[in-house]
Ligand binder design. Structure first.
Ligand SMILES: [Zn+2]
Length: 226
């Protein structure tokens, strides 16, 4: 199966559905009728708790600025689960539109976008990387390149049942930059769907910085605990 095959196929399917149901659209979450809204209805939208403030993710002398569009609850949690486990790229479009608003309202500047990678095994199993989909959607909005430069070299243990320190240790050494050509001396915006402890995005950002990136900021659709 070629790279992004499932992603392309599902996107095509979404487009076909949109043509069929044009003018008779239902909310992708609660299935109620949509009037002037796109993909989700007003009451599902009201269920999204926007996160306005940026925060820092750090360890040792490295600190990265992190933005999350909303809290991981209500409709946003449903959208992320649908994108991640049900190949719902329409949910991905809704999440990306919130991320776009976060970029605008915080005036985040960047040269290139990249995303948190999956192991080859996980990618094969899912058929797409949800963070890559979000980054590519944002790349289209902002007309910025989306660079594939990180790789996940270690299959991390399930984080459930681990304390904070164990979670960080579990992730350390899992990511590497395999090609720094397009990030060298660039401001990079690292995209992920959800931030929990921050260990994943921290180690990805650190690798980007060590590989020549000028600056790394982080943007996630939602934040769960930090
Ligand atoms: Zn709804």
């Amino acid at each position: 199966m070629g790279h992004g095959f499932v992603e392309n196929l599902s996107f095509l399917w979404d487009c076909i559905l949109e043509l069929i149901y044009c003018g008779d659209e239902k909310c992708i979450l609660c299935k109620s009728d949509l009037y002037n809204d796109r993909y989700i209805c007003k009451s599902c939208k009201n269920n999204i708790k926007i996160c306005k403030d940026s925060f820092k993710i750090g360890k040792g002398c490295h600190q990265f600025k992190c933005y999350s569009s909303s809290y991981y609850s209500g409709s946003m949690m449903e959208l992320i689960i649908k994108l991640k486990y049900k190949s719902s790229f329409r949910s991905g479009n809704v999440i990306a539109s919130y991320m776009k608003d976060t970029i605008h309202s915080n005036d985040i500047s960047f040269d290139v976008l990249t995303y948190v990678p999956m192991t080859k095994k996980s990618f094969k199993k899912r058929g797409y990387n949800q963070s890559e989909y979000l980054a590519k959607t944002l790349g289209k909005y902002f007309r910025k390149p989306v660079v594939s430069c990180l790789t996940k070299i270690k299959d991390t243990k399930d984080q459930i049942g681990l304390n904070e320190k164990e979670r960080w240790n579990n992730i350390e050494g899992s990511f590497k930059v395999f090609d720094n050509h397009f990030i060298n001396d660039k401001s990079v915006l690292l995209v992920d769907d959800v931030i929990t402890t921050g260990a994943t995005v921290f180690y990805c950002s650190l690798e980007l910085l060590k590989s020549g990136a000028k600056k790394v900021d982080i943007l996630t659709g939602a934040k769960s605990r930090v």
